[in-house]
Write a protein that binds this ligand. Structure first.
Ligand code: PLP
Length: 396
């Protein structure tokens, strides 16, 4: 709720509500137990144990050993740390392999690395957003330092074959990293049974606060720190330990671990219900992405011949929060890089809206959206020349 307004929050891939249990657990560590976990005195020093408890909870959530978890400030930092470390520890290998649908945390780092003389290969996807595995097989070679492909895409929810990619990377002697920022909390992990070398997560995507992330580095994988300074995190990430946020992330990880079933039943059902009812009630709606291999909480729908921003503004009047994939660049609305990479037609890419759920959503949220969306879409289409054109052509 903002003021008295009702908020229907279907933008959980952007960020999530911090779990009330996490907030409660964090509170004493701001003004009561505010010491520095690295201090010699008991007041601070005993917080080292609290940090380790948080680490153990995050490790259990990921199916990893606590010694394999490094706390960071966010998913972006974890992604940067993983890629830059891989290049540092394999200096003779000058190539990184990513996909065309990565988050900017990886894509823009890739551009930066190209400017520094590295080769960056971006594996394309098909119309459903599925990765071209043939291309991956051809590309990953003995000059590749690291392969980094996301576990789940933030816009479509598409899941990528990370185990198969890890195997390809290892066959070529390369490291494998995955950005699991969207997958964490929605897909159960058992990293100890997998070949993944490094994995990034971000607290605020699974009901921990913003400003805390983690990087999993499999035991035995060489790692060079990205943030250099003090000895914290066993010299792998400098900076005073963020005790309250580590506590919050630990509690959120525990809750997420206990909620995987709910993600796949309750949350999936809400998502499927919204998608089915909107596609039935509104003409010319396209479902973007791979419906078979997708996160249970995400649906990306294109309302053809109109602009996503306009749809979002109308939804906002009713307190409904979602996202469009467009980015406003130089005053013109460009479809997102994910929609472009998938070759979604121009008339559909512009009207793409992502609805993303969490366990805090309810059936009433879905019903409220289904009530207002047909009216919103008709109203916008009534003034769209592209829609008028489409209707005229289909009358002939
Ligand atoms: N990777 C993916 C797939 C994301 O969706 C996001 C955030 O939207 C990030 C990385 C960046 O995470 P953070 O906001 O914690 O830096």
């Amino acid at each position: 709720m903002i003021g008295e307004e009702r908020v229907i929050y279907l933008d959980n891939n952007a960020t999530t509500r911090t779990a009330p249990e996490a907030v409660q657990a964090m509170l004493p560590y701001f003004s009561e137990y505010y010491g520095n976990a690295s201090s010699i005195h008991k007041f601070g020093g005993r917080l080292a144990k609290v940090v380790e408890e948080g680490r153990a909870k995050v490790a259990a959530f990921l199916g990893a050993d606590p010694s394999e978890i490094i706390f960071t400030s966010c998913g972006t930092e974890s992604d940067n740390a993983a890629i830059l470390s891989s290049l540092d520890v394999c200096p003779k290998r000058r190539k990184i392999v990513i996909s065309t649908v990565e988050h900017p945390a990886i894509l823009n780092l890739g551009k930066d690395l190209e400017r520094r003389g590295y080769t960056v290969v971006r594996i394309p996807v098909d119309n459903f957003g599925r990765l071209d595995m043939e291309r991956a097989r051809e590309t990953i070679d003995e000059n590749t330092a690291v392969v980094s492909v996301m576990w789940a895409n933030n816009e479509t929810g598409n899941l990528y074959p990370v185990e198969e990619l890890a195997e390809l990377a290892h066959r070529a002697g390369a490291l494998f990293h995955t950005d699991a920022v969207q997958a964490a909390g929605k897909v159960p992990f058992k990293l100890r049974d997998m070949e993944i070398d490094m994995l990034s997560v971000s607290g605020h995507k699974f009901h921990a606060p913003k400003g805390i992330g983690a990087l999993y580095v499999r035991r035995g994988v060489r790692f060079r720190p990205f943030v250099v300074g003090g000895h914290q995190e066993r010299g792998r990430r400098a900076g005073t330990e963020n005790v309250p946020y580590i506590v919050g992330m630990g509690v959120a990880a525990e809750l997420a671990l206990a909620s995987f079933d709910k993600e796949n039943t309750y949350v999936r059902k809400l998502r499927d219900d919204l998608q089915a009812r909107l596609t039935a009630a509104i003409p010319n709606v396209r479902v973007n992405g791979d419906q078979e291999h997708r996160l249970p909480n995400t649906t990306n729908l294109s309302f053809e011949y109109i602009e996503g921003e306009s749809i979002l503004m109308h939804m906002d009047i009713y307190g409904i929060c979602a996202s469009s994939g467009s980015a406003c660049t130089t005053g013109s609305l460009e479809p997102s890089h994910v929609m472009r990479a998938m070759g979604v037609p121009y008339t559909a890419a512009h009207g793409a809206i992502r609805f993303s759920f969490s366990r805090y959503n309810t059936q009433e949220d879905v019903d409220a959206v289904v009530d207002v969306m047909p009216g919103i879409i008709s109203k916008i289409r009534a003034i769209s020349p592209y829609w008028a054109d489409f209707v005229a052509k289909n009358k002939q």
